[in-house]
Design a protein around this ligand. Structure first.
Ligand code: TYC
Length: 100
């Protein structure tokens, strides 16, 4: 039994059906500047500059794109940080997380 979650992983995943990993997606909007999105992807999602531009353009063209797959607590924290930074700068940028 894995120890890092107190041994309840099998209960969570197999019996209750709680997923281990969550997908974080960035959503498009008409107002957030492209360079702000690139900067969020570099700083919060640890993408390199060319990955960050590619993901930003995918969101811009297709409406959403995957930023990363993380354990729930990390996914939640990165989404919250994204919203906090966007709100501080007055941008409507949104991220969501969903079970893998
Ligand atoms: N569509 C925005 C623009 O034209 C850019 C953008 C990209 C916004 C990705 C949000 O998650 C986003 N300025």
């Amino acid at each position: 039994m894995p120890k890092e979650d107190g041994g309840l992983e099998i209960l969570d995943r197999v019996i209750i059906g709680k997923p281990k990993l969550w997908r974080v997606l960035l959503l498009n909007d008409d107002y957030t500047p492209m360079d702000f999105v690139v900067s969020v992807l570099e700083r919060i999602y640890r993408k390199n500059p060319s990955e960050a531009v590619q993901i930003m353009l995918k969101v811009h063209n297709e409406g959403r794109a995957l930023c990363g797959i993380y354990p729930k607590e990390i996914a939640e924290t990165r989404v919250a940080l994204t919203h906090e930074e966007a709100r501080k700068e007055g941008h409507p940028l949104k991220a969501v997380f969903e079970p893998e």
